[in-house]
Design a protein around this ligand. Structure first.
Ligand SMILES: Nc1ncnc2c1ncn2[C@@H]1O[C@H](COP(=O)(O)OP(=O)(O)OP(=O)(O)O)[C@@H](O)[C@H]1O
Length: 361
């Protein structure tokens, strides 16, 4: 964690947004601490970018209040909010050199020339783009352009950095290295950063706090570990993790056992007040299912399809009642499609959800 954690950096109070009377963000309350790296993640159209753009001041809020560093900024212009935003499209000026792109915002703000020079030098050293200062954007690779876009945010010395899917235009390999660069940048600068992505690996690796959004509402906010290990509902359980958590239709049985696909398994979830026979969803992550060597496992399945990835093999299986589930099999012994397997798991790795998809404990 970074400098100054414990002070509030950005506070959203009942922030709402409607377009033409149609609500797309439904009243979000969120407190972001100084120095925190917060990632907004969620499926397409869930309102991530709208929320970020409202914090930036690029969209009006329909209702609610936004506070940055103790100041209400809801009605202030973007330039007055102490934020700097990095866009997916880079938004560089094509006819200007990298140096002029970096300096442009400061010149507009009438910063003195010596100060501009110092800040441009410092930012280009941090981002290792010193040797590119005389080039134009058209003479740079995608990754270099994104560095310049980030540099343009750094020179402004904002309180808060806002990133809107900054890596989505880069190829897979470059995404990974830029992701590591952004994590390093956060460690070095210590600023509050708010980052929008639909890439859950970026969310898991970068965030101090992940905010999972769906249909303009917060489904869950927490550390990557909290979100992964203790999803509050089936949406979060299914959204974070790749391959996704298996979510199996089941029935609550006697004495805390769970009936799934005609078999009875132990779940280690007390939830003792549920009536036997109540519909539940049993959540099991692929890496928590082990193929038992003899057929003594808890669930019997047939392998429909298998993928060999080197260190692991993904087995796409079917239970007796036709429900599908994925198993992450880590063993030198491969398992082929068509085989019958017996699956074991630690009851403590089971997650249970009620009919409404909410976590049972
Ligand atoms: N200018 C607009 N006018 C009307 N509706 C809009 C406008 N901008 C966004 N929306 C709607 O608001 C909702 C949220 O959009 P937003 O772009 O914030 O989603 P997102 O989570 O960032 O999605 P994506 O990952 O696809 O970028 C969507 O249903 C979208 O269609």
């Amino acid at each position: 964690m970074t400098n100054g954690m414990g002070n509030k950096s950005v506070v959203l109070q009942d922030v709402q947004k409607s377009y033409g009377g149609l609500p797309v963000v439904h009243g979000i309350d969120l407190t972001i601490e100084e120095g925190e790296f917060v990632v907004f993640v969620g499926p397409s159209g869930c309102g991530k970018s709208t929320l970020l753009r409202m914090i930036a001041g690029l969209e009006d809020v329909t209702d609610g209040e936004i506070e940055i560093k103790g100041r209400i900024v809801t009605d202030l212009d973007p330039s007055e909010r102490g934020i700097a935003m990095v866009f997916q499209s880079y938004a560089l000026y094509p006819h200007m050199s990298v140096r002029d792109n970096l300096a442009f915002g400061l010149k507009m703000a009438r910063t003195n020339v010596a100060e501009i020079d110092t800040r441009v030098k410092a930012a280009s050293a941090i981002l290792k783009i010193d040797h590119l200062l005389d080039r134009r954007p058209g003479q740079l690779s995608g990754g270099q352009r994104q560095r310049v876009a980030i540099g343009r945010a750094i020179v402004r010395k904002p309180d808060v950095f806002l990133f809107d899917e900054p890596l989505s235009n880069l190829d897979a390999e470059l995404r990974v290295s830029m992701r590591i660069e952004i994590a390093r940048l956060h460690r070095e600068l210590g600023n509050t950063m708010i980052y929008v992505t639909h890439d859950q690996t970026e969310a898991m690796t970068l965030a101090d706090k992940i905010v999972v959004l769906r249909d303009g509402r917060v489904e869950q906010a927490g550390t990557p570990r909290e979100i992964y290990e203790n999803p509050e509902n089936t949406f979060v359980a299914g959204f974070i993790g790749s391959p996704r958590m298996n979510l199996l239709s089941a029935r609550w049985g006697e004495g805390g056992l769970v009936d799934v696909a005609g078999e009875r398994v132990e779940s280690a979830v007390p939830a003792a007040d549920r009536p036997a026979g109540a519909a539940v969803t049993l959540g099991l992550r692929p890496e928590h299912l082990k193929v038992a060597s003899d057929l003594t496992g808890s669930l019997t399945a047939r392998v429909d399809f298998s993928e060999y990835l080197g260190g692991t093999q993904y087995l796409y299986c079917q239970l007796g009642d036709g429900q599908s589930l994925t198993v992450e099999h880590r063993s030198p012994v491969s398992i082929a499609a068509g085989e019958q397997v017996s699956l074991q798991f630690e009851p403590s790795n089971c997650r249970l959800f009620d009919e409404g998809g909410n976590r049972l404990r």
